[in-house]
Design a protein around this ligand. Structure first.
Ligand code: GAL
Length: 1000
C-alpha cells in the first residue's frame, strides 16, 4: 500500500459512480454517520494498530473536522489555520512535515440481520481531508485522497457476520496537499457522510444520463447508458410515456430545463435488482460564433463563487444550509454558481437542478503555492508523475455528477498554472462527456478549453474582450482559436468587507457584448469561524485568530453574506444589478427603461406597479399595462400625465415603478413561497426604478423669520438655541452638548481602501494617510456677527506634515421657530493629487445611549449605499436605530452611509429630538439632493482600530457625518480600485443644513 507521501491514484477503490439523490435507489444503505472513536496523533506514525478497536478513546462526530469538534468553545484537536495561496509548510513535494496531525477513527460496523446476502456491499466516503487509509478487521483495504471527491470501496469479501472493526487513518498533510491549496481554512477529517451501501446483484452500477433539447423543434432527446446493464434493465420517463432500453434514445416534445424554468422529468431506471429514480432536465449547451447558448438562446451567467462553509462546522454543511444558500441566491437573482474550488456535496447539485441554477462544477485542484517562489517550478500540473492522479480526479467528478442538468461547464481546477496535465484532464473529460464546454482560467492561452476565462479583469479590459479586440496571444493559431470563444470572468467584483463597487459597470458590459457570457462574483460567504473570546462572547474568527504563526488574516472574509448567512448590503446590490427585469432611469432622468433580461420568459408574471410619493406620503398609485414583454424586449415608460404633483420643497417627489411578481407558479414556488422577507401580500419585488418628478429645491436659509445672533459678555456667541465659544466653536445645540463640529475627509478604511487596485500603486488608505486625513484638526480663524446678525466662522482643517487643508466658512443663523441653520462652504487649499475619503462635516453630540437613537430619514435606503454601489438604493422614508444603521462587517470598517438624505428626525433616549433638513448640496459645482448621512455610536478611529465588531463599544457620543460626497468602494481588495466615475477628488463643497431641536 502507498503512503501519504506517494503520488498515485487511490488504490483498492471502485470506479466512481453517479450519485443520484439520497433515497432515490431502493437498494439498502446504512448510514455510518454519528459518533466514532477518535484519537489524534502529532505525526502520521500514530503507533496505533489498525486492529486497535479504540476502546476508551474520545468520541468525535462524523461527519466533521477534528479541529472544530468542540467549536466554538474548545479546541482539543488543534485549531483551524487560514492561508490563501502560500503553503504553510516547506515546498518539498511530495513530502510534508513530520509534524502531521493524524486522526485515527474507529467504528464498529454490524450488518443488520436482514442485510441482503446476495450482491455486493460497498463503503462510501463523500469527502475526507486529506489522505486516508481504510482498514477492516485489521487489514488495509484501500488508500484514497481527493478531499472533495467520493471514494467507494468493495467490502463484500472482508465483512464478516456480526461486528466488524472499521479503522480509518486520516492525515492532515499529504502529497495531495500540494494540489489542494485552495484559499480557505485548512481543516481535516471525515467531513462528509459515510455510508455502507448494498449493491444488488443485477443492480445499477453506473448510469450516464444525456437529455438534450432542440429549441427549434421543441424536441428533447434522452439517452441513459447503464454500465454493465443487467438483462431486463429498462429506462422509463413516465410523464412522456417513454420506456427504453439502456443506450436507446428517444426524441419527444418536452418542456426544456433552464435556470429560469427548472423543469425536471422523473426518469426511472429499473434493473432486475434495483430501481433508481432520477430527475432529468432537457437542455442543450452550445457555443456558436463565440456566444454561450443554453437551449439556443444567449444566456448571461450572473453568478457567485461558492465555497462550502458553516461557521461552526467548516466544510461540513447540512442539507438545510445548502438549501439556504440556494434560496438566498434565487431570491437575489443569482442564476449561476461556480463550485469554487472543488466538487460540492452532491446534494447541493440536486438543489441546483431543482431550483434552477447554472453550475460550473470545478475539479478539486489548486497548486497556487508553486507560483510565487520560483514561477511554478515543480508544479504538479506540468509533471507526468501527477498525470494519473489529476486525471483520476476529473474522472471521479464527471462520473459522479454528469447526470445533473444544472451543470453547464466543467472546470479543470483553479489557479494551478499551465502544463501538460491540463490537456490530459480535458481529454479525460471529453472522453466521458461531450455535452458541456470545459473551463479553466489558469492558462490564458486557452489551448485545452472551450471558453476564455479570466479573473478580476478590469472593466476596460473586459470591454476590449467583449469587442474581440483584446491584445493578441503570441501564438497566432492559439489567438485565432481563443478569439472564437465566449469570455467568462470566473471571478470578479471581490466582495470583501464593504463592497464591491462597480458591479453595474461590469453588468452593463455583459449586456452590451454577446461574447461576454457573464461572471461569478468572488465570493458567496465570509468564512468567519465562530469562536468565543475570553469573556465568552461569540465572534467570527479569521486568519490569525487561532494564533496561527503563518496566515492571511481577513482575506478569508470576502463574501456577499456574513458568516451566519445574514445578507450584507452587497447582496441586495447584487439583486438589483442582476435583476432579470431591469428598470433604469434614462440619461435625461425623466423616464424609465424597462428591459426584459430573461432569456426564456416573457413578463406575463410581472406587474408593473407605480406610486407617486413624497417620502412615504403616497399621493397616487397605479399599474402600467405593458403587455407581456418578450425576452430581450425593452420599452421606455414615463410617469403618466396629470399626476397630482405637490409644490417643490427640499425633498424630491418620486415616481417609483416596481416590477412585482405577485404569485408563484409551480416552477417558481420552491424559492418564492415561504420567504421571510415577503411583502405583506406575499409579493416579490423583482426590480425598482425611480424618477424624481418634482426635484428638490433649496431650503430657504436663512428662514423667513431669522433672529439675530448675539455676543455674550464673555465674548461667546448665541445663535438661537446654538451656543458657541468666543472663537466660534459650537458648544451646544438645543441644550444638547456638542463635543465637536469640524470638516472631515477620512473614513475607517474598507478592505478595498487598504489594498492597491490591480496590485499597483499606493492604496487609497495610504494616499489618505499621506494627506493626513486620519488626523485632521480644525483651527478657528475668526468668528464675527455679520450685519444681518448671522455668526460667520472661518476655519481651516488640516492634518500633520502637509500644507494641504480645507478652508471653511460656517454661517449660522436661527429662526423664531427654534431652528438653527448652517451653511458651510468648504474649499480645498493646496496641491491635492489624490482622492479623499469623504468631504463634509462631522458633528459629535453627547448621547449616552447613541446606539438606541431612533432615526427616521427621507432619502435613499433602506440599506447603505455608495457612489459605485447604489443600484439597490431607492428614495423613500425609512426608520432604524443607530445600531441597525450599521453593518457588522466581519472586519470592522466604514459602513452605513445613507445617500441623498434631505430630512432626518432623530429621537434620543430622553425623548428629546433633533430634526435635520438638508439640501441641496453642491459638490464641485454639481448640485445633489441632501447629504450623505452616517450615524455611529463610536468614532471612525475606534471603528478602524477594532479587529472584530464585538470589540466596538459606544463611547457616549453620537457621531454624525453630514457629507457632501463620499469616495466609492471599488474592488481593490482583489481587482480594480474605484473607477473614475466614483472617485472623490477634493472640490469645493456647499452644504445647507437646518437643525431643529425639540425638548423631551
Ligand atoms: C482568486 C482565487 C480565489 C481567492 C480570490 C481572492 O485568485 O481564485 O480562490 O483567493 O482570488 O479572495
Amino acid at each position: 500500500m502507498t503512503s501519504h507521501e506517494t503520488v498515485s491514484p487511490p488504490t483498492g477503490v471502485l470506479p466512481a459512480r453517479f450519485r443520484p439523490p439520497t433515497g432515490s435507489s431502493d437498494a439498502r444503505t446504512l448510514s455510518l454517520d454519528g459518533p466514532w472513536r477518535f484519537r489524534l496523533s502529532p505525526t502520521a506514525r500514530t503507533g496505533v494498530e489498525r486492529s486497535d478497536s479504540g476502546e476508551g478513546w474520545d468520541q468525535i462526530e462524523v461527519p466533521g473536522h477534528w479541529q472544530l469538534a468542540q467549536a466554538p468553545d474548545a479546541w482539543p484537536y488543534g485549531t483551524p489555520a487560514y492561508s490563501n495561496k502560500l503553503f504553510p509548510f516547506p515546498i518539498d513535494p511530495p513530502h510534508v512535515p513530520d509534524e502531521n496531525p493524524t486522526g485515527e477513527y474507529r467504528r464498529t460496523v454490524t450488518l443488520p440481520a436482514d442485510w441482503p446476502t446476495t450482491g455486493r456491499t460497498s463503503l462510501r466516503f463523500e469527502g475526507v481531508d486529506s489522505w486516508f487509509e481504510v482498514a477492516v478487521n485489521g487489514e488495509v483495504v484501500a488508500v484514497s485522497h481527493g478531499s472533495r471527491l467520493p471514494t467507494e470501496i468493495d467490502l463484500t469479501d472482508v465483512l464478516r457476520p456480526g461486528e466488524n472493526l472499521l479503522a480509518v487513518r486520516v492525515t492532515q498533510w499529504s502529497a495531495y496537499s500540494y494540489v489542494e491549496d485552495q484559499d480557505q481554512w485548512w481543516l481535516s477529517g471525515i467531513f462528509r457522510s459515510v455510508t455502507l451501501e448494498h449493491r444488488p446483484e443485477a443492480g445499477i452500477g453506473h448510469a450516464a444520463v444525456t437529455a438534450g433539447y432542440d429549441a427549434a423543434s421543441g424536441v428533447g432527446t434522452i439517452l441513459v447508458d447503464v454500465e454493465g446493464a443487467a438483462p431486463g434493465t429498462r429506462v422509463s420517463v413516465p410523464e412522456l410515456g417513454l420506456n427504453l432500453a439502456p443506450g436507446e434514445s428517444a426524441s419527444v416534445p418536452v418542456e426544456p430545463w433552464s435556470a429560469e424554468r427548472p423543469r425536471l422529468y422523473e426518469v426511472v431506471v429499473t434493473a432486475p435488482g434495483e430501481r433508481v429514480v432520477l430527475h432529468a432536465g432537457f437542455r442543450s449547451i452550445a457555443i456558436r460564433d463565440g456566444v454561450f447558448l443554453v437551449n439556443d438562446a444567449p444566456v448571461k451567467l450572473r453568478g457567485v463563487n461558492r465555497h462550502e462553509f458553516d461557521p461552526l462546522r467548516g466544510r461540513t454543511v447540512s442539507p438545510a444550509l445548502m438549501e439556504e444558500d440556494v434560496l438566498l441566491m434565487k431570491r437575489h437573482h443569482v442564476n449561476a454558481v461556480r463550485t469554487s474550488h472543488y466538487p460540492p456535496h452532491p446534494h447541493f447539485l440536486d438543489l441546483c437542478d431543482r431550483y434552477g441554477l447554472y453550475v460550473i462544477d470545478e475539479n478539486d485542484l489548486e497548486t497556487h503555492g508553486f507560483e510565487d517562489e520560483r514561477g511554478w517550478e515543480g508544479n504538479p500540473v506540468d509533471d507526468p508523475a501527477w498525470t494519473d492522479v489529476l486525471v483520476d480526479r476529473v474522472t471521479r467528478m464527471v462520473r459522479r455528477d454528469a447526470h445533473h442538468p444544472s451543470i453547464v461547464l466543467w472546470s479543470l481546477g483553479n489557479e494551478a498554472g499551465a502544463g501538460r496535465n491540463i490537456g490530459a484532464m480535458a481529454a479525460a473529460i471529453r472522453a466521458l462527456d461531450r455535452t458541456r464546454p470545459i473551463h479553466y482560467e489558469g492558462d490564458w492561452s486557452s489551448d485545452d478549453v472551450d471558453v476564455y476565462s479570466r479573473m478580476y479583469a478590469t472593466s476596460e479590459h473586459t470591454a476590449l474582450i467583449g469587442q474581440g479586440i483584446e491584445p493578441p496571444l503570441a501564438r497566432a493559431e492559439a489567438d485565432a482559436r481563443r478569439r472564437l470563444m465566449p469570455f467568462l470572468q470566473c471571478e470578479y467584483a471581490h466582495a470583501m468587507g464593504n463592497g464591491p463597487g462597480g458591479l453595474t459597470d461590469y453588468d452593463d458590459l455583459f449586456d452590451a457584448h454577446p461574447r461576454l457570457m457573464g461572471g461569478f462574483i468572488w465570493e458567496w460567504i465570509d468564512h468567519g469561524l465562530s469562536r468565543r473570546d475570553a469573556d465568552g462572547t461569540l465572534f467570527s474568527a479569521y486568519g490569525g485568530d487561532f494564533g496561527e504563526a503563518f496566515h492571511d488574516g481577513t482575506f478569508v472574509a470576502d463574501g456577499l453574506v456574513l458568516p451566519d448567512r445574514t445578507p450584507s448590503p452587497s447582496l441586495r446590490e447584487v439583486a438589483a444589478v442582476f435583476a432579470p427585469v431591469r428598470l433604469d432611469v434614462v440619461p435625461a432622468g425623466d423616464a424609465i427603461l424597462v428591459r426584459n433580461r430573461y432569456a426564456f420568459r416573457d413578463t406575463a408574471h410581472v406587474t408593473f406597479a407605480w406610486t407617486l410619493h413624497h417620502g412615504d406620503d403616497v399621493l397616487a398609485d397605479g399599474v402600467l399595462d405593458l403587455g407581456a414583454l418578450a425576452p430581450g424586449a425593452t420599452v421606455t415608460v414615463a410617469p403618466p400625465a396629470g399626476l397630482p404633483l405637490p409644490a417643490a420643497d427640499h425633498t424630491p417627489t418620486w415616481w417609483t415603478l416596481r416590477a412585482v411578481q405577485e404569485k408563484a407558479d409551480a416552477l417558481d414556488a420552491p424559492w418564492f413561497d415561504g420567504r421571510d422577507d415577503a411583502a405583506a401580500d406575499g409579493s416579490f419585488v423583482i426590480a425598482t426604478g425611480q424618477v424624481a418628478v418634482v426635484p428638490a429645491v433649496a431650503l430657504a436659509v436663512p428662514s423667513a423669520a431669522p433672529i439675530r445672533g448675539s455676543v455674550e459678555a464673555d465674548g461667546s456667541f448665541t445663535v438661537g438655541s446654538a451656543r458657541f465659544d468666543a472663537v466660534g466653536t459650537l458648544l451646544s445645540l438645543g441644550g444638547r452638548r456638542v463635543e465637536g463640529l469640524r470638516v472631515d475627509a477620512w473614513r475607517a478604511p474598507t478592505d478595498n481602501d487598504r489594498r492597491s487596485g490591480m496590485w499597483t500603486g499606493p492604496s487609497d488608505q495610504t494616499v489618505w494617510q499621506e494627506s493626513g486625513l486620519h488626523l485632521l484638526a480644525e483651527r478657528k480663524i475668526s468668528a464675527t456677527l455679520d450685519a444681518s446678525g448671522a455668526l460667520v466662522v472661518e476655519a481651516r482643517t488640516a492634518g500633520p506634515r502637509t500644507r494641504n487643508g480645507f478652508r471653511t466658512t460656517y454661517t449660522w443663523t436661527a429662526a423664531a421657530d427654534g431652528s438653527v441653520d448652517l451653511r458651510a462652504r468648504i474649499v480645498p487649499e493646496g496641491r491635492w493629487d489624490g482622492t479623499v475619503a469623504r468631504l463634509g462635516l462631522l458633528l459629535t453630540l453627547a448621547e449616552e445611549h447613541a446606539a438606541d437613537v431612533d432615526v427616521t430619514w427621507t432619502g435613499l435606503g433602506p440599506d447603505e449605499s455608495y457612489a459605485d454601489s447604489r443600484k439597490a438604493a431607492v428614495g423613500g422614508t425609512y426608520r432604524h436605530t443607530v445600531a441597525d444603521l450599521g453593518t457588522r462587517y466581519t472586519h470592522p470598517q466604514e459602513n452605513g452611509a445613507r445617500r441623498g438624505v434631505t430630512h432626518a428626525a432623530l429621537r434620543f433616549a430622553d425623548g428629546s429630538g433633533l430634526v435635520l433638513d438638508a439640501g441641496p448640496t453642491v459638490y464641485g459645482g454639481v448640485p445633489r439632493a441632501g447629504v450623505e448621512l452616517s450615524l455611529r455610536p463610536w468614532s471612525d478611529q475606534a471603528l478602524d482600530r477594532a479587529a472584530h465588531p464585538h470589540e466596538l463599544v459606544p463611547d457616549g457620543l453620537l457621531h454624525v457625518h453630514l457629507d457632501a460626497a463620499q469616495h466609492g468602494l471599488g474592488s481593490a481588495a482583489c481587482g480594480p480600485g474605484v473607477l473614475p466615475n466614483a472617485a472623490l477628488h477634493p472640490a469645493p463643497a456647499d452644504l445647507t443644513l437646518r437643525f431643529t431641536p425639540s425638548a423631551g
